[in-house]
Write a protein that binds this ligand. Structure first.
Ligand code: SAH
Length: 382
């Protein structure tokens, strides 16, 4: 295997277990992304395996515990499955949907696998996994999956690559999350078809929704909306700029026989928030990641502040707001202070009830705080 050398003094973060190596830390420039290599310190001592990337992160490490990528894939997949089992997510009658494998958090950067009943949806973010797709499929079969679907076109940003079934075919249309049925489209939908990271926060919405008029902004296929309907909401509005997502949110409400309480709006959330109607006493704000890179942080912070202030201004007294950011480059503290600034700007008295985060099947390593990307606040407006 080829070797890749760190500059002198640049090995500390890798030795501490951080999986990313920035381009400035490498002796030579990366020639080709997605190549497995052995990472060495400046004297040639091995620090383990990993693969090259292009961009400011030039190398992603899988650590020194494995003699080969194949060994790492077999072991890490089994460990990830055991972790989900221990957390009570596997083999449940009321739960088909969970994340089986979460990249760095499960020990293999760039590899994501979601579980939809007997279907595994694999999303790769590095070409390094292309040569191991057969092995990954084999391991998934051993774990009981009957179909394996690969999504790579959008995550590898290569229109020439094709997505498709590595094994089996789609057997079902509807999947359960905490007993609530959802249509999931992993072929055309965003990411792998469903935002599984919000599962626990959706349970919270189910608990809070009874008798409420609920507004779900950036709703995608209405994950929060269906939980609100199931929790006895009086009315629910799902709003998203994607027409396909809103249509599916409506179909998901139909699965609950609650279409008459549900309204789907295909609209820009910023435009809607500027003239947001009053009277929504439970609002969910779950925008896409506004911070795409550390450089865009300032503008993104302003956007988070604006949407939160607009929502707070229009919400009635004794109402509840769940507000989120899934930007990896925006830390929990900065997000909280941004929402605090929005509260001050809105002139409302706002109380913080709870910090929210991604569900347990999205683990992050303590040495890799970037993996803790989803943060939210449960707020009460006086
Ligand atoms: N809350 C959702 C996930 C939201 S992901 C769930 O639980 O499933 C972010 C969503 O924001 C995507 O569906 C995307 O289509 C939508 N979106 C992005 N920009 C938008 C905009 N300007 N206005 C409205 N929706 C937008």
């Amino acid at each position: 295997m080829k070797k890749c050398y760190l500059k002198k003094g640049k090995d500390r973060s890798v030795l501490r277990g951080h999986p990313w190596v920035f381009s400035g830390a490498l002796k030579a420039e990366v020639e080709k992304a997605g190549e497995w290599m052995e990472l060495c310190d400046h004297q040639g001592t091995s620090l383990g395996l990993g693969f090259t990337e292009n961009g400011s992160i030039a190398f992603k490490s899988i650590g020194s515990a494995f003699p080969s990528p194949e060994q790492a894939i077999v072991t890490r997949l089994q460990e990830a499955h055991t972790l989900r089992k221990d957390q009570g997510l596997v083999d449940r009658k009321d739960l088909d949907i969970y994340r089986l494998f979460f990249a760095e958090g499960d020990g293999l950067p760039g590899l994501i696998i979601d579980s939809y009943g007997a279907h595994a949806v694999v999303q790769i973010h590095s070409r390094a996994y292309l040569e191991h797709l057969e092995l990954i499929t084999e391991q998934l079969v051993l774990l009981g999956y009957r179909a394996v679907y690969l999504r790579q076109r959008s995550s590898l940003r290569d229109e020439k690559l094709e997505d498709g079934y590595l094994m089996g075919k789609r057997e079902e249309e509807v999947f359960l999350e905490n007993g609530i049925p959802f249509h999931v489209d992993w072929e055309q939908g965003q990411k792998t078809g469903f935002f599984i990271d919000q599962r626990d926060n959706r349970q919270l919405v189910r608990k809070l929704a009874s008798g409420k008029n609920v507004l779900n902004l950036f709703s995608y296929t209405g994950g929060f909306s269906s939980y609100a309907l199931k929790g006895g909401a009086r009315s629910v509005v799902s709003l998203d700029s994607s027409q396909a997502a809103v249509e599916m949110a409506c179909r998901n409400a139909e699965l609950l026989d609650a279409a008459q309480k549900h309204t789907g709006l295909t609209e820009d959330a910023f435009d809607y928030l500027k003239k947001m109607p009053e009277g929504f006493d439970l609002v969910v704000l779950d925008p896409p990641a506004f911070v795409k890179s550390p450089r865009s942080r300032h503008r993104a912070v302003q956007a988070y502040k604006r949407i939160n202030a607009w929502a707070m201004k229009a919400m009635p007294s004794s109402s509840t707001l769940l507000t989120f950011s899934c930007s990896q480059h925006l830390g929990r503290e900065l997000f909280a202070s941004t929402v605090r600034a929005a509260a001050i700007e809105s002139g409302r008295e706002v109380r913080l009830l709870q910090h929210l985060q991604q569900s347990v099947d999205h683990p992050s390593r303590m040495e890799h705080p970037e993996g803790e990307y989803l943060k939210g606040l449960l707020l009460q407006l006086k």
